[in-house]
Write a protein that binds this ligand. Structure first.
Ligand code: AKG
Length: 289
């Protein structure tokens, strides 16, 4: 992140700290039961944590959906099956105070710290829009898209990156709610076999259909303001939106700080090679022309 953007980012970080002194988020209370659930399943659900802010978040997401699509600041991607329809926005954190506060505040970082056992730092941010008719997020493990894509399995001693999912709209079975693999403990290091099923989009990949079909999937419907944490190893997916309502979800991904603050490098690499196959894992967005 360079020049003006870096200054904006620093300023926003300072403002969050000030606001957070007065409390902003409900605390994510990681009780012993939750810690056990996390170890056994690699995800946690916090119902209603940001319900008070749901309306405001929805307005913020509407605002940034209107931002220019020049890719110099945030990155905008469009549906694979309808390149005029917005599918995803990334890298808005340096430019939007409110949404940044949702993803970077002491309650989030403290919770991540307690789950990772070390301090966490924001790696990337995105909003998935999934409008009516919007494409499925095909089954995948996020970690394959980070630095570990070429490994046979996730490394023995590595600390998994953790994502936070924040519901902006109601997510239902009809509009393609988040789905996770059942019984996927933290200790499971498998990287699942992938395939490239779409000859029109040869860089797009997903978990091989046979493997996907062997997994028991849990659909997690969410209300605006519900929060889910999950690791980069947990297979997940979501279906096509067959309803008439859009389904927007906000995500942050965090890596252990001891691996370094990689955000700037990630987005530089991505801008330089925007249609690389590692950015097309599970994603229903069209290649950038
Ligand atoms: O938003 C969704 O439905 C799933 C998102 C997802 O899997 C991803 O962005 O990696």
């Amino acid at each position: 992140m360079k020049g003006v953007a870096q200054e904006v980012f620093k300023e926003a970080r300072h403002r969050w700290k000030e606001k957070l002194k007065n409390g902003f988020l409900g605390k994510m209370n990681v009780t012993i039961d939750r810690q056990n659930f996390w170890k056994a399943n690699s995800y946690l659900v916090f119902r209603g944590l940001l319900a008070d802010m749901a309306k405001e978040m929805s307005g913020w997401v509407d605002d940034i959906a209107q931002w220019p699509a020049d890719m110099s600041q945030c990155l905008k991607f469009y549906e694979m099956n309808d390149p005029s329809t917005l599918s995803r926005i990334e890298n808005f954190v340096p430019y939007h105070d409110g949404l940044s506060k949702c993803l970077m505040n002491s309650f989030v970082t403290e919770t991540l710290h307690s789950l990772m056992g070390v301090e966490a730092v924001l790696y990337k941010d995105r909003i998935n829009f999934k409008p009516p008719g919007g494409g499925a997020h095909a089954a995948h493990q996020d970690g394959v898209a980070y630095e570990r894509g070429s490994l046979a399995e996730f490394e023995q001693d590595s600390i998994p990156y953790i994502s936070i999912l924040i519901g902006v709209d109601k997510a239902t079975r009809e509009n393609g709610c988040f789905e996770v693999a059942a019984d996927w403990p933290l200790s499971k290091r498998d990287i699942l076999r992938m395939e490239r099923p779409n000859p029109d989009h040869p860089n797009f990949s997903k978990i091989a259909q046979e493997v996907e079909d062997s997994i028991h999937w849990i659909q997690i419907e969410t209300d605006p303001g519900d929060v889910i944490l999950f690791t980069e190893r947990l297979p997940h997916r979501s279906a096509i939106n067959t309803s008439t309502e859009g389904r927007r979800i906000l995500y942050g991904v965090y890596n252990p700080l001891q691996e370094g603050d990689k955000r700037e490098q990630y987005y530089e690499d991505k801008r330089n090679n925007i249609n690389d196959s590692r950015y097309m894992i599970g994603n229903p967005h069209a290649p950038v022309r």
